[in-house]
Design a protein around this ligand. Sequence first.
Ligand code: FES
Length: 217
Amino acid sequence: MSRASFTTNSSSSESSSEPDAEVYAEQTRRTVLLGALVTTACLGCSAHAGANEDPPGADERPQKGDVLVFSEGDKEGKPITAADLPAGGPPLHAWPKDPNTSVVRSGSRLNEILIIRLDPAELDEKTRARAVDGILAYSAICSHAGCPVTAWVKSDVGDKEVFKCMCHNSEFDPRAGAQVVFGPAPRRLAALPLVLADGSLSVAGNFTGKVGGAQPG
Ligand code: FES
């Protein structure tokens, strides 16, 4: 993600003067060093965005009993209820929130969640068993290289809508446990068990599986 700041230059032999070559080599060395520093710094930031300012618990993974709140839009920070979820999608983006301390666990981007409501008849057996009234939650972080999964679009390989990561076009089917149906992602998105009580959604347990991709994120 932060690799755009890392510049490479492959043409090196057109200028023949030795001083120029030395200057060029020194400039290249500085560029590479600067790029490495920026890349390292950004990867650290993305793993714990604002970690120094976050209250305790903000970067902990979702805990049993956490409520789910909007992570964006007009209702940012407000609890998500079943009534907020349009039948058949698109998904809402959410953070878990500790109901005792009111800490929103937005200190790690790995905590962002996709919540979607689907027709239970469309779900495979295992996914239906985990759904509450057709509502499912998955990690919003792609299992390929850790980009956020942002799109809900018709699949390249079918006629249904799927979660899509626009970084390298991986697609995940939420009706089948968010398994990969297209693209380079090596594994499904982690699922997050939910409970529904009085219309409010909360976390019932840990993520099922590894969250995120091969790169730090
Ligand atoms: S990071 Fe999602 S497809 Fe590559």
